[in-house]
Design a protein. Structure first.
Length: 375
């Protein structure tokens, strides 16, 4: 029997000094390839007027506000890469269409939306980088859900640092999930019981739901439309960016600083652009152009780098002077991509996502993205 992979990438900006949390999870199901969740570490809080940073289980670090102000972009926080084997999650039944207001996460560029799960209202992250949706532990408790634990022998993980707490996860079959006039039935999600969602999120809305629609995102009006699938209009074919599905997420060719094309994952849950060390070297980003940042993982602190990209181009669309974080993360190797394209690029455009050529498991193998610049 073949093994499949899927992956999620999600970045939140946190309180005070723009500390980012980058969380990556990759399960390996036997039959269905679209099974994914977030591994989330406790996020930054504030002690009095001082930003407080979790640095491990029951350990916290308070940073002086003046230091925090002077270390913007110097500190990042990264979660874990989790592999789950032997999962068999069915695809949900999705019906309806909707126009939904979006809200920015506190201090960030990623969006959340309000949905109803059973009789409970909740806020869910809008994440094209998530192959499968996830539910927060607090929401599980409020709904009284009884999940099925994922056996520890099926779960392995890679994290930054030396000391690592155990990762534990449950599978949950959810009650009817409603997003305005959209109804999702038979949705199975993952919960990580040792992690905490930021900003009171009830969960993450992933590609297992989104790929059933044409998805229109307008960052300017903060509006999401989930529409019945349609072909690309003839007048837009030349401008449409061709997407290729891999591990449940969408990839596209991107040019950086006039070089490329390189392969990037497109992720509305990511605040920033992330590139590999290999790509940074290929782009000749010098030592003088790089700034050290501290990356805190589940198991300790490691160093990474921050830089600026002079030009980022995808299809016929180009932006200049965008920040990037240079990673040595194995998640980029796992996906065999050069980087992740996040909201500091995507939010400059109205976006029209289409997903097509679905396989026997109703999983898209291709897609397209139209970007419309704001006037």
């Amino acid at each position: 029997m073949n093994k499949f992979w899927s992956i999620i990438a999600i970045i939140f900006s946190s309180i005070s000094c723009q500390i980012f949390l980058h969380n990556l999870v990759a399960p390996t199901p036997i039959i269905f390839s679209q099974n994914l969740a977030i591994a989330r570490q406790k996020y930054t809080r504030v002690c009095g007027n001082i930003p407080q940073q979790n640095i491990g289980e029951n350990r916290e670090l308070c940073v002086n506000p003046e230091i925090a102000e002077n270390t913007t972009h110097k500190y990042r926080k990264i979660g874990a890469i989790v592999e789950l084997e032997g999962l068999n999650l069915p695809r949900p039944k999705v019906t309806g269409k909707a126009t939904i207001p979006l809200q920015f996460l506190t201090g960030g560029k990623a969006f959340s939306l309000t949905a109803t799960l059973g009789k409970k209202l909740g806020n869910f992250l809008l994440d094209t980088g998530a192959s499968t949706s996830i539910i927060a532990t607090e929401t599980v408790k409020e709904l009284g859900l009884m999940g099925k634990p994922v056996p520890q022998e099926l779960l392995t993980y890679a994290v930054a640092g030396d000391e690592c707490p155990e990762m534990k996860s449950n599978l949950h079959s959810l009650p009817v999930f409603k997003i305005d006039n959209v109804k999702v039935e038979g949705l199975t999600v993952l919960e990580f019981t040792t992690t905490v969602m930021p900003d009171g999120l009830s969960g993450v809305l992933g590609m297992d739901i989104l790929s059933n629609f044409d998805v229109e995102i307008n960052p300017q009006t903060q509006e999401l439309k989930l529409l019945p699938p349609t072909p690309i209009p003839t007048t837009n074919i030349d401008d449409a960016i061709q997407l290729k599905a891999k591990l449940g997420v969408m990839l596209a060719e991107v040019e950086i600083n006039g070089k490329g094309p390189f392969i990037f994952m497109l992720d509305t849950g990511a605040e920033s652009i992330f590139i590999s060390q290999k790509l940074a070297s290929h782009l000749n980003i010098s030592v003088a152009e790089r700034q050290e940042i501290r990356v805190q993982g589940f198991c300790g602190i490691e160093m990474a780098e921050y830089a600026s990209l002079a030009k980022v181009k995808m299809g016929n669309y180009q932006l200049t002077n965008l920040e990037t974080v240079i990673l040595s993360s194995p998640v980029l190797k796992l996906l065999e991509v050069d980087g992740i394209l996040g909201q500091n690029f995507l939010n400059n455009y109205q976006q029209y996502w289409r997903f097509s050529n679905k396989n026997s498991q109703k999983i898209p193998t291709k897609g397209s993205l139209l970007l419309i610049p704001f006037d």
